[in-house]
Design a protein around this ligand. Structure first.
Ligand code: NAD
Length: 257
């Protein structure tokens, strides 16, 4: 119960990694305000958790007017915000010359501006309370390029720097900011590319030393650690959780095409 007496706000919690993080936080004792755009998805997640431990909050992180409502909902529910997890994200294809301009803007609104606005809103509360933990979900796409994903990778790289900049500025206030970079995780976002877990052709993961993608729950543990006092001296860290994907030289396995 390492998160007992903590309140967390988790975005993108209606599905995939965000839902798994919310579940893990509740298992570890936290009260969690789960944010997302789709009420029925949030209610489904809440229905799988003990009553009184989770509060669904429908909202869009790309809408400035929704940000205060989300933070107020978390404070009203748990009395404060000890932990913020920015997990909501979108991923549209395209390179510099062919990405739809609307998609480029949407990616930045959700993957970067939403986390920025939530951090801006939550940090003063954390400072007043004596500290807090912010966990931003980036991607290995923020550390290296993925073909045809200029918007996604650029936004995720910027999210890493946003996290570290905040860690630099608010470390003195005991507001810790760390960023998690998952590799391939089986969620609605990747289903189109990799299929459901179990149906997947293993050769798709030949570039991954562990030979497989992750289940969403495998990202929850590291987030619980970062949310807890066990990581009390960690800030500005970039945690890669990718089954070894980024240590592989693509030339070695003939993936340099
Ligand atoms: P997902 O599509 O299941 O989750 C994304 C969630 O964000 C959805 O519930 C969606 O409704 C929500 N969302 C999107 N726009 C929103 C908005 N404007 N306001 C509020 N909520 C919004 O996919 P996922 O894989 O669980 O993605 C979660 C995070 O993990 C994303 O930031 C993604 O970039 C990151 N990530 C995923 C993988 C992967 O392989 N699945 C790898 C690295 C990083």
């Amino acid at each position: 119960m390492k998160l007992k007496n903590k309140t967390a706000l988790v975005t993108g919690a209606g599905s995939g990694i965000g839902a798994a993080i919310a579940k893990r936080f509740v298992e570890d004792g936290a009260k969690v305000c789960i944010v997302g755009r789709r009420k029925e998805y949030l209610e489904k997640v809440a229905g799988e958790l003990p009553p009184g431990m989770v509060k669904p909050c429908q909202g869009d992180i790309s809408k400035t007017e929704d940000i205060k409502m989300m933070v107020d909902a978390a404070i009203g529910f748990g009395g404060g915000v000890d932990v913020l997890v920015n997990c909501a994200g979108v991923n549209y294809p395209g390179g510099v010359t062919n990405i739809e301009l609307e998609d480029w803007k949407k990616i930045f609104d959700v993957n970067l501006n939403g986390p920025f606005l939530l951090m801006r809103s939550v940090i003063p509360h954390m400072i007043k309370a004596g500290g807090g933990s912010i966990i931003n979900i980036s991607s290995i796409g923020g550390l290296r390029c993925l073909s045809d994903r200029v918007g996604y990778c650029t936004s995720k790289a910027a999210l890493i720097m946003l996290t570290q900049q905040a860690a630099r500025d608010y470390g003195k206030d005991n507001v810790r900011c760390n960023v998690v970079c998952p590799g391939f995780v089986f969620t609605p976002m990747t289903e189109g590319h990799f299929g459901e877990f179990g149906e997947v052709d293993k050769s798709q993961f030949r570039a991954v030393p562990m030979g497989r993608g992750a289940l969403p729950g495998e990202i929850g543990g590291i987030c619980s650690y970062l949310a807890s006092d066990d990581s009390s001296y960690m800030t500005g860290s970039v945690l890669v959780i990718d089954g070894g994907t980024t240590i592989v030289d693509p030339f070695e396995i003939g993936l340099n095409g």
